[in-house]
Design a protein around this ligand. Structure first.
Ligand code: SIN
Length: 504
């Protein structure tokens, strides 16, 4: 790198850092802030302007092994802490995160590109998991089962399963950590977190606050690595014999690879993978409510959410009206720009790979006859990663976008005539995460809830995520549940103990 470029890089680094109070540039292993064993670093980029926010350790398999060993050692004592103590530490972590909400949000906006208001929303959502699991820690109960023998007693307890490898995505860089780590800590497990290459700074900020809250050393470890080192790190995190579970949120493609590696050691997995959510509007629905909710279901994080509505199935009687209202709302509410700018509601996509994917899907559809009602291209006047909020109609099964998870701000609107036809289209996918249904017919609502092949169904709502219900999918959308009491139970093993000879 020449001196002029180095100077420019340093200036942009300094400008970004001034406002980021929780910025940490080191990884965290066994309660220490550390460099990579190799001393390598990689840059974290602001997707809105491509400026380098920080350079952080580019760790490899050696560092991953050290982190797993630290978590293994910490597990020996953490597993025997009382539920009350774990609850109290989680509560303190929640309090510290609450106090630092604005600082956490600044980091999310800097590295993930979200509008500041949305980043604050993610922090509130993420914190709700710490609060929930602080309470849940004290309610991970066992069972006493009536035995078939008069002189014996059957007791079932839940025991923490050990070290958990956590691999988190870039689209919710804070909430996906608290949802997993809150649950596993409540259960008595320890962990190694490998945050997404695009958004590691939020993880480092969250762990800085965990340290402040008194989480003992080794209970949470964070290793950071670039895309280049990610496969080697992932292999250690999945295959080290001391790891008991791999908890991953991300694409179905990567989930399958991790599942394959976990299978070698018969490890537990918790996989929250891609969705392809249908958003079904029946003719009895309140159309203005459906459109309001469609805005939330489609444009939350600019379409980059696995529960985001992917296919809008609209009854033919209301199709034109729905599309017109949707288009109008988008023109009023979707304001593209950098996340820290006042008034912006839609930020950039995370990287050029996403831009290429979204543009490719739209271009293929248009070439094969789809019609763009609004949007349809990169907003080059703002920047190369800003994609216009888009509505497509006349989409047909031969177009790639018909069956793919878009993961961007593009709404595909399809017409249907009958309930059976809507169900058939909705279920014609290997994904099964979330589905949304709008109807005022109670019987139809129950039929949909029963027959949609998805792990989560929202009736007359466009947002279903919260700490209290079990979040997760079926089919290729994943295994296991997060949030709720089930989220903590994922990180426990059931142990059956037989107490015999009670008459002796
Ligand atoms: C995700 O998109 O990965 C998670 C979204 C949510 O928790 O609502």
């Amino acid at each position: 790198m020449n001196f002029v470029r180095l100077g420019l890089l340093k200036r942009s680094l300094n400008m970004e850092c001034r406002n980021l109070h929780l910025l940490k540039k080191l990884a965290y292993i066994n309660g220490e802030w550390v460099n990579a064993n190799s001393n390598s670093v990689f840059p974290v980029i602001n997707p809105a302007d491509d400026k380098v926010i920080a350079e952080i350790p580019d760790m490899d398999a050696t560092d991953a092994k050290i982190a797993v060993d630290a978590a293994t050692n910490a597990f020996k004592t953490w597993k025997d802490t009382s539920a009350k103590e774990r609850s109290s530490i989680l509560r303190k972590w929640f309090d510290v995160c609450q106090k630092n909400s604005d600082h956490l949000a600044d980091i999310i906006t800097a590295e993930a590109g979200k509008p500041l208001g949305e980043s604050k929303g993610e922090v509130a959502y993420g914190n709700s998991f710490l609060e929930w699991f602080a309470d849940t820690a004290r309610h991970i109960n066992g069972e006493v089962i009536p035995s078939p023998w008069p002189n014996k007693q059957i007791i079932v307890t839940r025991q923490p399963l050990g070290v958990v490898s956590i691999i988190t995505p870039w689209n919710f860089p804070f909430a996906m950590i608290t949802r997993k780590v809150g649950a596993l800590m409540a259960a008595g497990c320890t962990c190694v977190i490998k945050p997404a290459e695009d958004t590691p700074l939020t993880a480092l900020a969250a762990v800085q606050l965990a340290e402040e809250a008194g989480v003992p050393k080794g209970v949470i470890n964070v290793i950071t690595s670039s895309r280049k080192n990610a496969p080697a790190v992932g292999k250690v995190l999945c295959e080290d014999p001391n790891v008991g579970c791999i908890s991953f949120t991300g694409s179905t493609h990567v989930g399958k690879i991790l599942y394959g590696m976990a299978a070698k050691g018969i490890k537990r997995v918790a996989l929250e993978l891609g969705g392809n959510a249908p958003f079904i509007v029946f003719s009895s629905a309140d159309i203005s409510h459906a459109v309001e909710q469609a805005m939330l279901a489609k444009f939350r994080n600019n379409g980059q959410a696995c529960v985001g509505a992917n296919r809008f199935l609209i009854h033919e009687e209301m199709f034109d009206k729905f599309v017109d209202c949707f288009k109008y709302k988008i023109s009023q509410k979707c304001i593209l720009g950098p996340g820290h700018k006042e008034g912006v509601t839609c930020g950039p996509l995370i990287n050029m790979e996403q831009i290429k994917k979204v543009s490719g899907l739209v271009n293929d559809a248009v070439k094969k006859g789809a019609k763009v009602m609004i949007g349809g291209q990169v907003a080059k006047d703002i920047g190369e990663k800003f994609y216009e909020s888009t509505v497509l109609v006349d989409v047909k099964p031969d177009m790639e976008i018909y069956g793919e998870e878009i993961f961007g701000p593009v709404a595909v609107c399809l017409k249907f005539k009958t309930e059976n036809e809507a169900l058939e289209i909705a279920n014609s996918t290997r994904s099964g995460l979330a589905a949304y249904v709008f109807t005022s017919d109670l019987g139809q609502a129950f039929r949909m809830s029963r027959q949609l092949e998805f792990g989560m169904v929202a009736i007359n709502d466009g947002v279903l995520s919260a700490a209290e219900p079990p979040f997760g999918g079926i089919k290729e959308s994943g295994i296991g549940r997060e949030g709720s009491k089930h989220g903590a139970e994922e990180y426990t093993d059931l142990k059956y103990t037989l107490f015999s000879a009670l008459d002796k």
